[in-house]
Each structure stands twice: as C-alpha cells, then as structure tokens.
Design a protein around this ligand. Structure first.
Ligand code: MD3
Ligand code: FE
Length: 207
C-alpha cells in the first residue's frame, strides 16, 4: 500500500501509517509457521531478569540474550537448529518500506519477532548489536496498539511518544539509528486478528 501517509518522526525516520495493513493476514500466517518451529520465549538478561516481551527470530541469524549477554547467532538456542528462514512476504514488505523512505538495497538478514501482552513493555535502550549502523531498521506493528518512545542519543534526552497501531511501519536510519527508544507498558486491548497480543517485526542487517 504505497499510498500510506508518511510522517517524519526524526531527520532520518519515518512512520508509514497502515503500510502493512493489506499484508497483515499473510504476515500473521507466516508468524504462526515460524513460531511452530522456533517458539516465542522470554529471554533473560545477563543479570538474570526475564524480558517482558516474548521473542523469536527468522533469517540467517537471530538476536538472543542470556547469561552471556546480547548477540546474534545462527542457531536457535532452544533447538540448536538454524532459525526458520525469512518468509518472502516479510522480505518484500521490509524492502518496500525501506525504499519508500529512500533507503535503497536494504537486505535484512534477520527479523526479530517481539510479542507483547498487556502490561509488557520495553525499557529505553539503543540497538547496538549490529555490525553496520549505516543500514536502516524497519519495524512492523500488528495487533493491539502500543506507545513507542523515541528519545535522543543520550539516555537522559526526553523521548517523544507515538502511537503504533496495527499495520503501522516505521523506518529508522542515518543519525537516528542509535537513538534511545522503548515501548510503554501496553494497555489491555483486543484485536480481531491477534487477540490480546501485539507483534512487532524488526528487520535488520545484523552481520
Ligand atoms: C528506533 N522493539 O526489538 S520497534 C527492539 O516495538 C525494539 O518491539 C520495539 O526496540 C518494539 O529492539 C521498537 C523497533 C526499533 C528498533 C530499532 C530502533 C526502533 C528503533 C533503532 C533506533 C531507533
Ligand atoms: Fe530496540
């Protein structure tokens, strides 16, 4: 849906309202297939805390967190097998969204799938585990809404808040790539396609 309104949320960051809406049922079917092989799970931080969102991955590598810290690796630690491959529907949408924002030739090698239920959130953090910060990040929101917090390059910079709804796509790049960001604890809600859950697909070139 290339007619979606594009809102600038940073010098190099764009919110594409409803960009993924028409693809949502296909994306959700592909998520089902991925989670049947690599289930959603609560990862733990180096310090032993459980993350509030459940996660899994598809693609050549996957993002993991455990007592050894954060990293990308080629095997799912639950099975020691390769992560499920990235579905064509995912890749096509991510490339199309990046192109819409003039990020040409974006070829992600990982999609991190986050699943939030009401009251789950994600504290302010930077994404620094990837090799090449010149590559953008594309994120797709499905299901119940969430408030995205978009801070600055310092943790203490006051974040702006944006509502991310079903079908919204955000593209981050350039000087915004290392900005602090997070997700406010979700409010109780229901979506016909996902129930009480919000999925976020995050496409990156990690390695
Ligand atoms: C902004 N996920 O998985 S969208 C994450 O909705 C993460 O699940 C959130 O932050 C979510 O790391 C937010 C993805 C996102 C990813 C990288 C960014 C937003 C970003 C890098 C810079 C600025
Ligand atoms: Fe992040």
């Amino acid at each position: 849906m290339s007619t979606a309104p594009v809102r600038m949320i940073g010098q190099h960051s764009f919110l594409l309202k409803g960009f993924a809406s028409a693809e949502a049922t296909n994306l959700l079917a592909d998520i089902k297939h991925i989670t049947s092989q690599s289930p959603l799970r609560h990862m733990t931080t180096r310090r032993g805390y459980q993350m509030a969102a459940q996660m899994t991955n598809c693609g050549r590598v996957g993002w993991v967190s455990d007592s050894k810290g954060y990293r990308y690796q080629t095997e799912d630690p639950l099975s020691d097998l390769a992560w499920p491959s990235m579905p064509r529907s995912f890749l096509t949408l991510a490339k199309k969204a990046a192109e819409e924002c003039d990020y040409d030739n974006f070829i992600p090698d990982v999609c991190l799938i986050n699943c939030y239920y009401p009251r789950a959130g994600m504290g302010l953090h930077q994404d620094k585990d990837e090799k090449d910060f010149t590559q953008p990040i594309v994120s797709v929101s499905l299901g119940i809404p969430a408030v995205f917090l978009f801070g600055g390059l310092r943790r203490s910079d006051k974040p702006d808040a944006y509502l991310l709804e079903h079908g919204d796509v955000v593209v981050w790049g350039g000087g915004d790539r290392l900005r602090f960001h997070g997700i406010s604890p979700l409010k109780l809600a229901h979506h016909d396609l996902t129930g009480q859950c919000r999925f976020n697909l995050t496409f990156r070139l990690a390695s």
